[in-house]
Design a protein around this ligand. Structure first.
Ligand SMILES: Cc1cc2nc3c(=O)[nH]c(=O)nc-3n(C[C@H](O)[C@H](O)[C@H](O)COP(=O)(O)O)c2cc1C
Length: 322
């Protein structure tokens, strides 16, 4: 058992956070993460309407009585998103935690503070962690270049960003990007962080509703099977290295425009890949932790394994120091 500022902040057993994953973090996965003693986040943007998010929160509540969260992603989108209404629903439903990512405003931080939810903001640069602390968030998560989703343009790895963020802020820090096993949790705590953030590893669990083809692809994939794309349009992303991602990389290498890329990188194609199992249908967020994703356990098996392996690792290193 590890007790940290993060377990205390969110009222959870283990300092493990499953970051919100669009299309992936559905009620079944988030409830399983909660029941395993960690915390997960439904994603508002998976839903077309605030009422659909409300229904998903209620569905999750029916599956667990443990703390749950909602992710509200504040990144540029092709079509307008009812962000304020998503916040109203999540806070009105009394969720325990809100994870934001992207460009947050003072007004949004103040709005979240009016509810009972603890607020974790996700950043990919140390200076943005400092800004988030100044704006008043309760905790900050920092993701390195290895992460699935959106690393920063600066391409700095987790091992460098984690300790620097811990040094730069006094609020709890959760470190993410490339974690997926007990060594990772031990490493995160040794960096001085209060918890670990994982997305990719939780995709390949039994309760994650992504198509079996995607899980099988992940089990077979190596650490080299992700691609860093979209830097040319200043919206960098790490994704599965499938045919679609390779096509995007080729276009970017030759020189391309946002208008030319949009039809390829549309989230709807990514959703098709994730839910229908057509691997090459779209670009799909996926981090380098896929390299050591070797099985598809239940969420509880995964969390228990991570915690007991981390405890063993801490003892091993402690014995060396002793
Ligand atoms: C399939 C997938 C979808 C994601 N969608 C989102 C999202 O909608 N919003 C967000 O803030 N982060 C998103 N992320 C990032 C995760 O919340 C988390 O920060 C990241 O996965 C941590 O790094 P890891 O992949 O190395 O574990 C996504 C990640 C994956 C793998």
């Amino acid at each position: 058992m590890f007790t940290t500022r993060v377990t205390q902040l969110f009222g959870i057993k283990h300092p493990i956070i499953c970051g919100g994953m669009q299309w992936v973090s559905r009620a079944e996965l988030v409830a399983a993460v909660a029941n395993a003693g960690a915390i997960g986040f439904l994603t508002a943007l998976t839903h077309d309407t605030p009422e659909a998010l409300r229904a998903e929160i209620r569905k999750t509540r029916a599956l667990t009585d443990k703390p749950i969260g909602v992710n509200v992603t504040l990144m540029p989108t092709a079509k307008p998103v009812p962000i304020d209404a998503f916040f109203d629903v999540a806070l009105g439903e009394g969720v325990d935690a809100i994870e934001t990512s992207g460009r947050i405003t003072e007004a949004q931080v103040a709005r979240i503070k009016q509810g009972k939810a603890k607020h974790m903001h996700k950043v990919a640069r140390v200076r943005d962690a400092v800004t988030a602390q100044r704006m008043g968030v309760d905790a900050v998560s920092i993701v390195g270049f290895e992460c699935g989703g959106h690393p920063s343009m600066e391409q700095i790895g987790t091992v460098v960003l984690g300790p620097q963020t811990v040094d730069a802020v006094s609020i709890p820090v959760i470190v993410g990007g490339g974690f997926g096993d007990g060594r990772g949790l031990a490493m995160a705590l040794a960096m001085g962080a209060d918890g670990v953030l994982m997305g990719t590893r939780f995709m390949a669990t039994r309760e994650s509703l992504v198509h079996a083809n995607i899980k099988e692809w992940m089990v077979q994939a190596k650490e080299t099977d992700t691609a860093f794309i979209q830097a040319s349009i200043r919206n960098p992303a790490r994704v599965m290295r499938n045919k679609r991602a390779e096509q995007v990389m080729e276009m970017e290498a030759k020189g391309t425009t946002l208008e030319q890329l949009l039809p390829l990188i549309s989230g709807l194609h990514g959703r098709k890949a994730l839910t229908e199992g057509e691997i090459d249908a779209g670009t799909v967020a996926c981090g380098q932790a896929v390299g050591f994703t070797r099985d598809v356990p239940t969420v509880k098996e995964l969390v228990d394994r991570i915690v007991s392996d981390a405890e063993a690792m801490v003892k091993r290193v402690g014995a060396m120091a002793g």
